[in-house]
Design a protein around this ligand. Structure first.
Ligand code: ADP
Ligand code: ZN
Ligand code: ZN
Length: 725
């Protein structure tokens, strides 16, 4: 009998590779461990995915060179998840599995839990007669410090006292100290709770009871308006899990939200917790991986990739703001963290909660169909009255930087009442384009098929798609006219206009240009939270999850943006955003007002949102999707393609279209931004009425694409695309 290992390698190939196992590895090797193998002319790190027995020798197969782990770095549920991602999203298994590991492990670093040295005073050290160190003052000092740490002194703490490892080892030689190695250990508080939990409202209690009543896996949609106390429901359920000694994972959309969420949890619980996000360094990430795998880290808050963290003893998963687009990974290994979280929870047999004030239509449909339980919170917890919504018809009105005179008067009124105002515009920069008033010429980006944005702050025109920039032109190159005009308002121009309205009140502009990093954001938020009167101007960065207690007026400048678009998901996103922005107003004791400026005041979706709320409008959108046979009533995938010329790209997709006629009803189309950074882009939509049908037909799609792609063509497949642009 001969043993062969199947190895997944981090290469863009849709297959595993067979290697022979040397005798001495037979006893130790298991699926999920890393090995070193030679592949072509290179040495690569691979992952064992399975072991097979053969009844004949296969001498042509190469031997595995080295086994890197004593225990699997990917436990069974994670390996299964990897197989699932590979099959469902048509991604090479090796790339998927390596994507799930911290980068230092991908590079071959040891997976042994790191230990740290501790020095303890010995019995001899406590006998004063033994302290004959008069001639060694350094060691004398070291001993005095050591005696203050009977439980052990670490290198780091010793260094704080000016003592080196050499000093401590000298004490060991004199038998005054003993050195031991131990794993990093985190301390839990004596009691689990750091504060008294709030008494749940009836609705909250019902939701909590419903999740508690189910054994094992269950997917629960928690739909609750902003301020209805979803977080409080999470906290109660997390407390259960922690009390049982298990771990809980909370996924949030933005890195910006992790500190805020973690802080809320630290207020409530005395257990070790951590936030995982893209700003962590490689070493910190590996340390976190060990602490989570050993079960010591009890509560984990993270962005989408935290899904892959190796919990030893998982008890609960929560996805907050589940509708948010950032749960979809759009680069490299493409997946939707929400859908994978549900899959993983079912493999692990634990409950998962998808929370949102504005659930995605996919999730809502699953809840309405009974696949997920549907928990609803209708009332705000802190007894504030919901905001008054005013639809403002701006047709024919004079606008200044996009704002009507009525809006400007209202803003002034609220500032005079010493309250804060939030002005929402999802466009950064000063103006969306610069054109010649006489001949119509526009500044355009030489590398992309879009107009660059005017940024007054840096005094340049900047392309948001490729980074190209140029000086603001003074005259038209076509007709020499100097009558150039900036059209389309961005947040910079809004800020300029509002300066005259604000008087001495501060203006906080929050977009990617004015808030370059984390620290600036925290600083700005801290200022806002002093609740002095002022104006907040912002893009969607401002909306996500932040609570502004002194805001009494919200103005949505361009309500119509997104209600009309080529992408069928655009109205859904746009209404979610309007609803979320509106929810920022009147959260405490003040009655809030929301002004929606629109050129289409009778828009049926907008009217429905205002009269009957998000849930009602979501149901109308679902009906529309049903009539048009769009997701979630049909299933889609996109083949994206990039190349040096439009013809080349079209040709490639046309060949794919011909072969996959059964599931590609429309043929190739140019991407809405056809040229980006000098590259031509197009895609082919694949669609079927059933998921199995689509997947069956697509089984050999990667192989066909690989076969048909000529030199210079880049392609990739996006299953369940969220973005048709
Ligand atoms: P959401 O996450 O749904 O936006 P939060 O959980 O942040 O809402 O709750 C909004 C506010 O209501 C918070 O200030 C919270 O402390 C308060 N709150 C939540 N639940 C209760 C409750 N049962 N009793 C009193 N106040 C509550
Ligand atoms: Zn001109
Ligand atoms: Zn460009």
């Amino acid at each position: 009998m001969y043993l062969i290992a199947q190895i997944a390698l981090p290469v863009p190939l849709h297959q595993c590779f067979s290697y022979r196992l040397p005798q001495h590895m037979l006893e130790r090797v298991r699926a999920g461990m890393r090995v070193r193998v030679s592949f072509g002319s290179r040495m690569l790190i691979g992952l064992v995915t399975g072991i097979e027995t053969l009844d004949h020798a296969e001498p042509s197969l190469k031997l595995i060179e080295e086994l890197l782990d004593d225990a699997p770095v990917l436990a069974d549920p994670m390996l299964e998840l990897g197989h699932f991602i590979s099959q469902y999203y048509l991604q090479p298994l090796g790339e998927v599995l390596f994507h799930m590991l911290p980068s230092l492990l991908r590079q071959g670093q040891s997976s042994h839990r790191p230990t740290q040295s501790l020095w303890h005073p010995t019995a001899l050290a406590h006998l004063s007669s033994a302290h004959d160190l008069r001639r060694a003052p350094r060691q004398w000092r070291a001993l005095q410090i050591l005696l203050e740490f009977p439980a052990g002194l670490s290198r780091q703490v010793a260094q704080l006292h000016g003592i080196t490892v050499a000093d401590l080892d000298n004490l060991v030689r004199r038998e005054l100290a003993a050195r031991t190695e131990s794993h990093e250990s985190l301390h839990e508080g004596a009691s689990l709770l750091a504060e008294v939990p709030l008494t749940p409202s009836d609705e909250q209690a019902q939701a909590i009871a419903c999740v508690r009543s189910q054994q094992g896996f269950g997917c629960h949609v928690l739909e609750g308006i902003t301020g209805s106390g979803k977080t409080e429901v999470y906290l109660h359920l997390i407390a259960d899990v922690l009390a049982r000694g298990q771990q809980a994972l909370v996924l949030v959309p933005e890195i910006n939200l992790t500190p805020q969420t973690l802080q809320r949890f630290q207020q409530r619980f005395h257990v070790p917790m951590i936030s995982l996000h893209s700003e962590l360094g490689d070493r910190e990430r590996l340390r976190a991986w060990h602490l989570i795998r050993s079960g010591q880290m009890r509560l984990i808050v993270g962005t989408r990739s935290a899904l892959f963290c190796p919990m030893l003893n998982p008890g609960l998963m929560i996805l907050d703001e589940e509708h948010d687009g950032s749960f979809k990974q759009q680069e490299g290994v493409r997946y939707h963290a929400r859908d994978l979280a549900v899959y993983l929870a079912s493999r692990q047999g634990i409950p998962i909660i998808l929370g949102s004030a504005t659930p995605s239509l996919e999730t809502l449909n699953n809840a309405l169909q009974g696949r997920y339980t549907h928990l609803q919170l209708h009332r705000r917890s802190n007894r504030s009255t919901p905001a008054q919504i005013i639809v403002q018809d701006i047709r024919g009105q004079e606008l200044q930087a996009g704002l009507s005179s009525t809006s400007l008067v209202r803003i002034q009124e609220h500032l005079q009442r010493k309250q804060q105002v939030l002005v929402f515009l999802n466009r950064r920069g000063y103006a969306t384009s610069v054109l010649c008033h006489d001949c119509g010429w526009r500044v355009h980006c030489p590398h992309c098929s879009v107009y660059p944005t005017l940024h007054q702050g840096i005094g340049r025109m900047l392309c948001h798609h490729c980074g190209w920039n140029c000086a603001v032109p003074q005259s038209c190159p076509d007709c020499n006219s100097t009558r150039l005009m900036a059209t389309g308002t961005g947040t910079e121009r809004l800020e300029q206009l509002l300066q005259s309205v604000a008087g001495t009140c501060p203006i906080w502009r929050m977009d990617r240009d004015s808030i370059p990093n984390h620290r600036v954001l925290e600083h700005t938020l801290a200022e806002i939270h002093q609740n002095q009167p002022g104006i907040l101007i912002g893009t969607q960065m401002l909306v996500k999850g932040h609570h502004f207690h002194a805001v009494s007026l919200v103005v949505v400048v361009d309500t119509d943006a997104g209600l009309f678009s080529a992408d069928f998901r655009s109205p859904e996103r746009s209404l979610q955003r309007i609803h979320q922005v509106a929810g920022r107003s009147g959260r405490s004791t003040i009655q809030g007002q929301v002004i929606l400026q629109t050129h289409d005041p009778e828009h049926p979706l907008l009217q429905c949102l205002i009269r009957s709320g998000y849930h009602a409008v979501a149901q109308i959108m679902l009906q529309e999707r049903h009539q048009l046979n769009l997701p979630p009533y049909s299933y889609q995938a996109l083949v994206h393609c990039q190349g040096r010329s439009s013809a080349e790209v079209q040709q490639f997709l046309l060949e794919i279209h011909t072969i996959f006629r059964l599931i590609s009803p429309y043929g190739p189309v140019c991407a809405p931004i056809e040229k980006k950074a000098g590259v031509f882009r197009a895609h082919l939509l694949l669609q079927a009425n059933g998921r199995p049908a689509l997947h069956q037909q697509m089984a050999n799609l990667p192989a066909v694409c690989k076969d048909k792609a000529r030199h210079g063509i880049r392609w990739w497949i996006d299953v369940d695309p969220q973005d048709l642009l």
